[in-house]
Design a protein around this ligand. Structure first.
Ligand code: CP
Ligand code: NVA
Length: 301
């Protein structure tokens, strides 16, 4: 039976560990000449802009021996009203998997229901699970473990935050999120994650409380793609949620700083922090490639 990857809930914690181990091996150059996906075709159907997700998937697919076919939704018939269901049924006849970047998470679910091949979430308004896999790999690489660590997420309770919550709990980390009132992560996701294990998921309005004793501090843009309406008003509410040197200095001395990128430098994060010695954001971006290759292998072989 086909397996989809729409959220972290689609993987068990054991599968996440296996995938992270495989990603580490791939990064170290193991099996560099093996092409486990030779002869396969993988579609990338994107409704939003992308640098990292698109390019890391395209390169990873090529390195695994398959071909990537990029589709901008405006250039295929879905942009002219062909249904998601019909599109999924047709693409399943040609492709071996589809990576989708979309607005509504329901579109992704609908596509997956009608698709007979694996569907991977390349970001929806509610989740960004491929990002979370790379986040986990980066944390494990820098800290030597995941279990027992404490992550602080500062800013908007958005798609990246939702997936980070699920990823943290699945791997035994505690997470505390500092978000302005009205911008907290989805309560349903927090509750579900809490029900999986013994790890804490805490939401506060105070960024200083959140970063206290943190091993990892993480932030993302204040205004996500498709949410540009009222951006100026929203940014005013987020002023005290900037990841700057003062805030980072309140975390553990050996804290690492993560950001999924793209960053709005001078808004949610300062140059000094993103370019500073605690930052791991460019390793994090690189790890998109390795974790997604491991994911594709896992789903398709
Ligand atoms: N982090 C991330 O998904 O980046 P892109 O929007 O460039 O793909
Ligand atoms: N929260 C951001 C993440 C971009 C990778 C967005 O959805 O635009």
């Amino acid at each position: 039976m086909k397996r989809d990857f729409l959220t972290l809930q689609d993987l068990s914690s054991r599968e996440v560990q296996r995938l992270l181990k495989r990603a580490r091996d791939l990064k170290s150059g193991a099996d560099a000449n093996k092409c486990p996906l030779i002869g396969k075709s993988i579609g990338l159907l994107f409704e939003k802009a992308s640098t990292r997700t698109r390019i890391s998937f395209e390169v990873g697919i090529y390195q695994l021996g398959a071909q990537a076919i990029y589709m901008n939704q405006k250039e295929i018939q879905i942009g002219r009203g062909e249904t998601v269901h019909d599109t999924a049924r047709v693409l399943s006849r040609y492709l071996d998997a589809v990576v989708i970047r979309t607005f509504s998470h329901d579109t992704l679910r609908d596509f997956a229901l009608s698709s007979s091949v694996p569907v991977i979430n390349g970001l929806s308004d509610a989740h960004h699970p491929c990002q979370a896999l790379a986040d986990l790999m980066t944390i494990a690489e820098k800290k030597g473990r995941l279990k027992g660590l404490r992550i602080a997420y500062i800013g908007d309770g958005n798609n990246v935050a939702n997936s980070l919550i699920e990823a943290s709990v699945l791997t035994g980390m505690d997470i505390v999120l500092a978000c302005p009132r009205g911008f907290e992560p989805e309560a349903e996701i927090v509750e579900k994650a809490l029900s999986w294990g013994k790890n804490a998921v805490t939401v506060t309005e105070d960024p200083e409380i959140a970063v206290f004793d943190a091993d990892v501090v993480y932030t993302d843009v204040w205004v996500s793609m498709g949410q540009e309406k009222d951006a100026a008003k929203k940014k005013r509410k987020f002023k005290k949620y900037q990841l700057n040197s003062d805030l980072v200095s309140r975390a553990k001395k050996d804290v690492i700083v993560l950001h999924c990128l793209p960053a709005h430098r001078g808004e949610e994060i300062t140059d000094e922090v993103i370019d500073g010695p605690r930052s791991a954001v460019f390793d994090q971006a690189e790890n998109r490639l390795h974790t997604q290759k491991a994911l594709l292998e896992f789903l398709l072989t």
